[in-house]
Design a protein around this ligand. Structure first.
Ligand SMILES: Nc1nc2c(c(=O)[nH]1)N[C@H]1C(S)=C(S)[C@@H](COP(=O)(O)OP(=O)(O)OC[C@H]3O[C@@H](n4cnc5c(=O)[nH]c(N)nc54)[C@H](O)[C@@H]3O)O[C@H]1N2
Ligand SMILES: Nc1nc2c(c(=O)[nH]1)N[C@H]1C(S)=C(S)[C@@H](COP(=O)(O)OP(=O)(O)OC[C@H]3O[C@@H](n4cnc5c(=O)[nH]c(N)nc54)[C@H](O)[C@@H]3O)O[C@H]1N2
Ligand code: SF4
Ligand SMILES: [Mo]
Length: 723
């Protein structure tokens, strides 16, 4: 990165003194009572209790919270060890600024915030407001996501904001909107899964990615229900299944069409439901009929008898569900793929009624709420659309600005990262580590380094933060209060249980300090409950309506499901039972056709690479790689491959294997397993460096959702020389 201009005195108004924060423990350094809160990591948002333990080392302990209904006390190893990162030694405790020598050095908060305000202001002055970008995260609380979106539109007045949720569930969100007129990951509580008759789990490795949720699949089978898992690997989740379909990566669209073809051929369409509650079936049928079983077997590799067995299981059950996760969604045709699975549900009447339906298993801690309140490029709070004049007018009134002053939609996440150092020259990043997690990561790192100015808010010095001109150390889950919305659409409350170390501030305090410096002191409170009160008003009347939800209600009711328009309304655990959120109240079929992945194996790159997760590491690993127990369980990258493929390549267990795609080359130890297809290798993406999976991945984007194709690219494999 080019060295930032030396920070002059801020041109904005002189900052008032920044922060006053009441101590959680009344200043004693000890909190006697454990506090009910939630895990910092995935979308299951397991309930837990945290007790401040005082003294040095790890300042808190994580306890079970059996009364919380979703996880009923169970936690995975990540949740159990989450408190380790609260220790001052494990994280950042002072702002860092890049000095004239090019190295990061400690700084005090006023200097650091001045530098950020100055960097953003200079870029906007020289290149226009849209030369300043903002990148957020689906792990941020609703309050932070809301404040970040407002900060971009009102203070920076830039259209260039997006977030890592684009890499996560955006294809399912787009397909949800298309079919139902509304996007809530699960339109029913997770517990319904245990009571339906058949679940098709498409590209989810729940056993590793949401372990406490496995109980619902176990209960399903104990209740006599059947489980079908669709995954190119025989995962721990697939091992639970009555039927495991093991398709080639990137062929889920053909698979869903093939199943629906058999539904039609076998006369199992629910004509009454289709007539009464849907539109578009006639237009959809020809595409379905074009995917006859033998063709689908050729495309997917799934034998016809298995297709028939799956249709029988799905249709013989009185009720059934399809749940998708990243496997089918993180494809350049992810939106159409999810639409195809929704079409299957609609044609069989498995939607809009109790214990039946389609759902997406959202991933990040606030993957649901984070996509509702305005950090997305095309969006305003309450899941309103930025290009809708009525939405602009409503939100502008809450923000006290002229609707015409709100910018329009900006670039999607990968397109924004790709524009860095060119059209977008300064970036404020909060809650993501794209140097590890973005597709074609070497290119993204290069773009980030080409920025004139980068500011990163993080709890640790992530690989991306290490490239910043200013790093702002922020408080964490157990040190702050705020709401998240779990994968069910249940709005829940994380509560402050311990005091943060001196020297860190909350993301909300950072935004307040920057807004003040940039001449917009009002409208950016640092108190989360105040932000939430405004979010309620901004979301009122929108699709994701939080107006009736309060911190007090959440605490009293184990969370409240949106939409909840009035304080007196009960919230909405189950959507679409009477009508869909479309203008005519009917669900919409979408005609879709199978197409190949953006990159298919060739002579030069003969194998599929797919990527994903392991149990003990979380995302870019910025947090979990710093936790001893987790790191011991999964210390580094690997390439999972079938023993027969390994034999052909002459590589043994643990030996370094080079994996090369059109974007780059990585080396990681081979991990042999008969659980994976022989034409496919799998790499987890949690590590930087030589074994970074995203060096290889293809940034081909879905035309609707702008989701990159993390789950399929073509690679070459070679034994690497042992170092
Ligand atoms: N331990 C752990 N848990 C996590 C996370 C984490 O990083 N670590 N992250 C959280 C987040 S943000 C998310 S989004 C979720 C993700 O949760 P999941 O979607 O369960 O996780 P992945 O491992 O990305 O992908 C799931 C499965 O998709 C399969 N797959 C690969 N390609 C294809 C394909 O073409 N078709 C099909 N049908 N399947 C395919 C993979 O083999 C893998 O087993 O996990 C959340 N929970
Ligand atoms: N190859 C491949 N790549 C993928 C995927 C895949 O399946 N395969 N999955 C994609 C998916 S689904 C996702 S969700 C992304 C996730 O990838 P990232 O966006 O990189 O997600 P994290 O690693 O969770 O990064 C969050 C960062 O924010 C910090 N942080 C945590 N909480 C807070 C907070 O409250 N405030 C602030 N300021 N910072 C905080 C953490 O320390 C960490 O550095 O990766 C995507 N990348
Ligand atoms: S399953 Fe997810 S929310 Fe639950 S403890 Fe593990 S990481 Fe945390
Ligand atoms: Mo995700």
């Amino acid at each position: 990165m080019t060295a930032p201009a030396a920070a002059g005195p801020p041109a904005g108004p002189a900052p008032a003194e920044e922060t006053s924060r009441p101590a959680a423990d009344g200043g004693t350094g000890r909190t006697a009572e454990p506090v009910d809160t939630h895990c910092p990591y995935c979308a299951l948002q397991c309930g837990m209790r945290v007790r401040a333990s005082g003294g040095g080392g790890v300042p808190a302990e994580v306890l079970e919270r059996p009364a919380f209904p979703v996880n009923k006390g169970a936690l995975c190893g990540k949740g159990r060890t989450a408190a380790e990162l609260l220790a001052p030694a494990a994280r950042l405790t002072t702002p860092l600024v890049r000095g004239a020598d090019g190295a990061l050095r400690p700084a005090d908060w006023p200097e650091a915030l001045d530098r950020v305000a100055d960097g953003l202001r200079r870029t906007a002055a020289a290149h226009g407001a849209d030369a300043v970008g903002v990148f957020g995260g689906g792990g941020l609380t609703n309050e932070k996501a809301y404040a970040l979106g407002k900060f971009a539109r009102v203070v920076l007045r830039t259209s260039q904001i997006d977030y890592n949720g684009r890499f996560c569930m955006s294809s399912a969100a787009a397909a949800h909107q298309r079919a139902f007129g509304l996007d809530r990951g699960l339109p029913f509580p997770l517990a319904d899964v245990a009571r339906t008759g058949c679940v098709v789990l498409v590209g989810s490795n729940l056993a590793d990615t949401m372990p406490p949720a496995l109980r619902y699949l176990t209960e399903l089978r104990e209740n006599g229900g059947r489980l079908i898992v669709v995954d190119p690997r025989r995962t721990r989740t697939a091992e639970q299944a009555d039927l495991h379909l093991q398709p080639r990566p990137g062929t889920d669209l053909a698979l869903a069409l093939g199943l629906l073809h058999l539904v039609v051929a076998e006369g199992r369409v629910d004509e009454g439901f289709v007539a009464a509650r849907t539109t578009g079936w006639e237009r959809t049928l020809p595409g379905v009929m074009a995917h006859w079983p033998e063709l689908v077997e050729r495309i997917t590799g799934v034998p016809v008898p298995q297709l028939r067995e799956a249709v029988a299981m799905f249709c013989d059950a009185p009720e059934s569900m399809v749940l998708t996760a990243r496997g089918p969604e993180q494809q350049a045709k992810g939106t159409d793929t999810v639409s195809a699975w929704i079409n299957l549900c609609l044609a069989t009447g498995r939607s809009g009624r109790l214990l039946s339906g389609y759902g997406c298993l959202t991933g990040q801690g606030n993957g649901q709420g984070g996509r509702e309140h305005g950090q997305k490029a095309d969006q305003l709070p309450g899941y309103r659309k930025l290009d809708d004049p009525a939405a602009r007018a409503h939100v502008a009134a809450v923000w006290g600005v002229d609707p015409d002053d709100l910018p329009g939609p900006g670039r999607s996440a990968y397109e924004l990262l790709d524009a860095l150092g060119r059209d977008v020259r300064a970036l404020l990043l909060m809650g993501s580590n794209p140097v590890v997690s973005a597709p074609r990561a070497a290119h993204v790192a290069e773009r980030i380094e080409a920025l004139d100015f980068l500011a990163v808010c993080d709890v640790v010095l992530s690989e991306t933060a290490a490239l910043a001109d200013v790093v702002l150390p922020v408080t964490q889950w157990a040190e702050e209060t705020g709401t998240t919305t779990n994968l069910e659409g249940r709005v829940i409350l994380r509560r402050r249980a311990v005091d943060p170390p001196p020297g860190v501030r909350s993301d909300l305090e950072v935004l307040a300090g920057l807004a003040r410096r940039l001449g917009r002191p009002e409208g950016f409170p640092a108190d989360p409950e105040e932000v939430f009160a405004e979010l309620r008003r901004a979301s009122a009347g929108g699709p994701a309506d939080y107006a009736g939800i309060s911190y007090a209600r959440i605490a009293a009711e184990d969370g409240v499901f949106w939409p909840c328009p009035e304080p007196g309304s009960p919230g909405t655990p189950r959507l679409f039972l009477d009508r869909y959120a479309t203008p005519d109240g009917r669900a919409r079929f979408t005609p879709v056709q199978h197409r190949p992945s953006a990159e298919e194996p060739s002579a030069e790159y003969p194998y599929y690479l797919t990527t994903g997760r392991v149990l003990a590491q979380y995302q870019s690993g910025a947090q979990t790689r710093r936790v001893r127990e987790l790191n011991a369980a999964e210390p580094g990258p690997f390439v999972q491959l079938h023993p027969r493929l390994a034999a052909r390549l002459g590589v043994a267990e643990g030996e370094p294997l080079a994996v090369t795609s059109r974007r780059g080359r990585v080396v990681a130890p081979a991990r042999l397993s008969a659980a994976i297809r022989q034409d496919t290798v799998f790499m987890p993406f949690h590590w930087p460096g030589e074994g970074r999976a995203n060096t290889l991945t293809n940034p081909a984007l879905d035309p609707v959702s702008r989701m990159p194709e993390f789950k399929v690219c073509a690679v070459r494999l070679e034994r690497a020389a042992t170092p």
